[in-house]
Each structure stands twice: as structure tokens, then as C-alpha cells.
Design a protein around this ligand. Sequence first.
Ligand code: NAP
Ligand code: GLV
Length: 309
Amino acid sequence: MRILFYNADNQHDDIWLSNLRAVLPQADIRTWHAGDHEPADYAVVWRPPAAVLQERAGLKAVFNLGAGVDAILQLGALPASLPLIRIDDGGMAIQMAEYATHAVLRYFRRFDDYERLADKSTWEQLTPFDKPDFGVGILGIGVLGTRIAGSLLHFGFPVHSWSRTAKDTPGVKSYAGVQQLDDFLAASRVLICMLPLTPETSGILNRSTLSKLPRGSYLINVARGGHLVEADLLALIHEGHIAGATLDVFGEEPLPPAHPFWQEPRISITPHISALTVRAEAARQVGGKIAALERGEVVAGTIDRTKGY
Ligand code: NAP
Ligand code: GLV
């Protein structure tokens, strides 16, 4: 079996390869390099250029080394019938829950305000927010959003979700479809974006939607930079409608040094680390799923190409 590997991050490829070889000992695993047009049975990739996948003879499936497949689908290089399989949790859900819960608690407990007061050596007790009025809305309640919801419920937050189809996640009020988006937003004192990036969700965090949040709301974007119209967020923060944001993903990554977000103290920035692929677990998933495909089975995490996630 021939496996083609490509990782745009170009980091720890040796660890990736040894993890993959450990779970697929009989496979011939090679790293793609420019000019490689040789056949492969499977491609295991992260943000590949089109040449890695285009017209690759023998390809039976493509494995994405992360949850979001937007970068692959945007290439337009995959035949619609070729299975595209993403990492399903694989250790990312708990990281997302940690990150989102930390950001919600930091805003809810006013730690940013206390830091600013401490910078001025000021001892002052601020009025706490009222938890029953502090609705947390999660856009996208799939593998990762569900884990975030569970963590926030543990702290007693009123949690609600928005998805394409209605859900019955215990303790979480479900809103579904564009017709229920405005009601969902109106109930969200904190908005967490955990959607896949598709043509339908691109730019969904814009002036119109963010203005429907209650005044003084807080945004957490851990999905993709393409969900957010960055200038609209900045304007709404300056106007006082949005209190602040925690952002892990950006339209351009790395975020350029001159980007105005760096200068806005009400925006907290992390470099796309809210949930990192756990290499050993990802390799184990890929190995298990290749074995299942070879037995002719359908595997979990296969992307529905009509929906784009
Ligand atoms: P998932 O299991 O596929 O869940 C996606 C959720 O979004 C589902 O609830 C789905 O609704 C909902 N959704 C999709 N399109 C929608 C639409 N047009 N309208 C309403 N709801 C819609 O995905 P996941 O594993 O949780 O991952 C989500 C995304 O997180 C990934 O695609 C990736 O971009 C991002 N991510 C970021 C990082 C990071 O480090 N920043 C790490 C991992 C993942 P239905 O359930 O009704 O279909
Ligand atoms: C990371 O951003 C992922 O999609 O796994």
C-alpha cells in the first residue's frame, strides 16, 4: 500500500511519519515533494497544494490531519466521489473545551477588568455579572461544540446552540437554521463560533449578525478566520456594542504585525492553538480507518461533500 504524506506546517514530519509507520507497518509511506506524480492509494495531508491531490492515480481516499477540511475543498482538486475523511475529535475536543471555558470564565469573572485595575494599582470590587442572564451561545454543536457545551454546563451557564439541524443535547437549548439565528443571537451574551468554514458560513460573524447580540456581548472565535468580518468586529468594539473578543483564528495567519487587532486591548489573540491535532491519536485514527476502508466499510468522519463538512 502506497501512502502519500504532506504537512503544510512542515513541523515534526519525522514524528508524524514514525507514528504513521507504527500503525501501518506494511505501508510504503513517502513525503510528497514537488514533481511527485507517482500513484498513491491514500493521501494523508494537512493544507496541501492542489498538486498533491490532483490527478493522483490510484487514490482511494484522502485523510485530513485536522477537523476542518475547508483548505482542501477550496482547492477544487478532489473528484466528488473520492472519500475525504477528517480527524474526529482525536484529543481536540477537550482542548477546545478548556480554551472556550477559560475565555468565558475570564470574561464572566471580569478578570480582564481586574487586570486593567491592577495595572493602575487600583483596589476596586466590580459588580459581578448575573449568571442566569449570561447566556452562552455556541454556533455549531458537532464534535467540538458538544464538548464545549458540556464543560460550560458544568459551571452552571445557560447554554444554547445553533446548528443546521435541531439537536436534543441535554441541558442545551437548540436553535436550528437561518430562521432561528436571530433568536439564538439575541440570547447570547457570549458567542462562541465552532462552525466549519463553508460557503454558507463564510463571513457569518459580521455587522448585521453581531449587532443582534445583546449590547456588551463577547465573541470567541475558535473556528476559522473566514467566519469573521474583522473590520466589523473592530467597529462594533469601538462603538461599545461588543465588549471584546478572544480570537484564535484569522483571515491571514500568521496575523501580520501591523494588523489593528494587536493594538486593541479588548481583543485577546492566540496563534491558532485552541485545539492542536494530537499526532499519535490522529495516526491511530488514520491507520484504523484505512484498515476499515480496505475491508470495504464506511468510516466515521467522512465529509459530506454536498454540505462541505
Ligand atoms: P462538526 O462535528 O462537523 O460540527 C459542525 C457543526 O456545525 C454541526 O453542528 C453542524 O450542524 C453545524 N453547521 C455546519 N454548517 C452549518 C450551517 N450552515 N448552519 C448551521 N449550522 C451549521 O465539526 P467539529 O469537529 O466540531 O469542528 C468544527 C470546526 O472547528 C472545524 O471545521 C474547524 O474549522 C474548526 N477547528 C478549529 C481548530 C482550531 O485550532 N482553531 C481546531 C479544530 C477544529 P449539523 O449538526 O446540523 O450538521
Ligand atoms: C484545526 O484548525 C483543525 O481544523 O483541526
